[in-house]
Ligand binder design. Sequence first.
Ligand code: AMP
Ligand code: GLY
Length: 421
Amino acid sequence: MKIMVVGGGGREHAIIKKLKENKEITEIFALPGNGGIAADAACVPVKATDIEGICAFAKENAIDYAVVAPDDPLVLGCVDELKKLGIPCFGPEKKAAIIEGSKVFSKNLMKKYGIPTAEYEVFTDLESALTYLETAPVPTVIKADGLALGKGVIIAMTRDEAKQAVKSMMEDKIFGESGSQVVVEEFLTGPEVSVLSFTDGKTVVPMISSMDHKRALDGDKGLNTGGMGTVAPNPYYTKEVADRCMKEIFLPTIDAMNKEDRTFRGCLYFGLMLTEKGPKVIEYNCRFGDPETQVVLPLLESDLLTVMKATTNGTLAETEVKFADKNACCVIMASAGYPQKYESGYEITIADEVKDCVYVAGAKLEDSVLKNAGGRVLGVTAVEETLEKAIDSAYAKVQKVTFANAFYRKDIGQKALQALK
Ligand code: AMP
Ligand code: GLY
């Protein structure tokens, strides 16, 4: 079987490593992949947003199954185009990917179907947004409607900051067209939980829960990043919370998408906040999370390709999806300076004994030498019986990976550990 994975980050590396456990797969292509992924898949220099290029490659190479991992190609309709060529795919069609592609869509969906989320207002012109903010409660949260490389959310502590944020999105267009509509949202508090789920549009199977660490520095300080580390499971996500989420959020969302004629198939990611008034949706993503995938998939005991195909074929209810009763911790190693200015081009060395648990995000091969080529460079995951051991083991493995100016948080998992105590 020939498989194609669209994307080229740590998430895609984790997907590819898991897929490789299936012995029926003879070849895996990554479009575009990266220098680290090249150890596990044939990397093809086609951008993840080049839908035409992706389709042409898939057809020429008689791909049997495609996995479209990142948000942009999904929102652009990559799955729709591949399906037209008769290539079965993991991932939602364009009309379902809008659940991540438009915050206005997802907020209105939740309101219409009574799915718990923060109170909000939508604005399409700057003047009304500014007028509203004269009296809005603060802190408040400003969100650009469209995709913004995970940076489209600004938490404003004061009304002035809120107005500035709206201006930067609607007037200065810092996120381009993504900011032509904005959502101004109630500020919620509580522990955050990421729940990725498999769904075929009828059945929804939540994966093991996880916790991301979005800020750049220890103690949740510094700027927001794409994620500096993750642990799974998330101790705040108890059986009771899980049951409530299934009833109040997961099933109603699948149902709502069906009623809107936007059946969702693939991985639906629920970003949740456990507030005093119960779990609420902070965001939906139409794909696997990064770096959540780097802790969730190493705990998956079932065959990933079988589960993925079940979401495509509508047979998820009859398919076993089993996770190990263990704990995982992933520490992201970044280039110093990330998420702002950083240097790259330094040689990365990875000791043989940790190669299996390193997921490369930003690196390229130059004359067979692996060099860093991005802000987030790689993630190192450990799986152990307890969270404490997983954290210790992940940090021990980090010592076996080196590159100049490497930077990582020292406290990944500590909040989860405290919650357990
Ligand atoms: P997102 O880019 O949608 O993942 O949002 C980034 C982060 O902003 C989330 O992980 C939350 O920590 C925070 N956030 C988003 N919406 C809210 C909200 N309504 N109240 C408080 N924090 C929020
Ligand atoms: N880790 C958050 C995301 O993938 O959007």
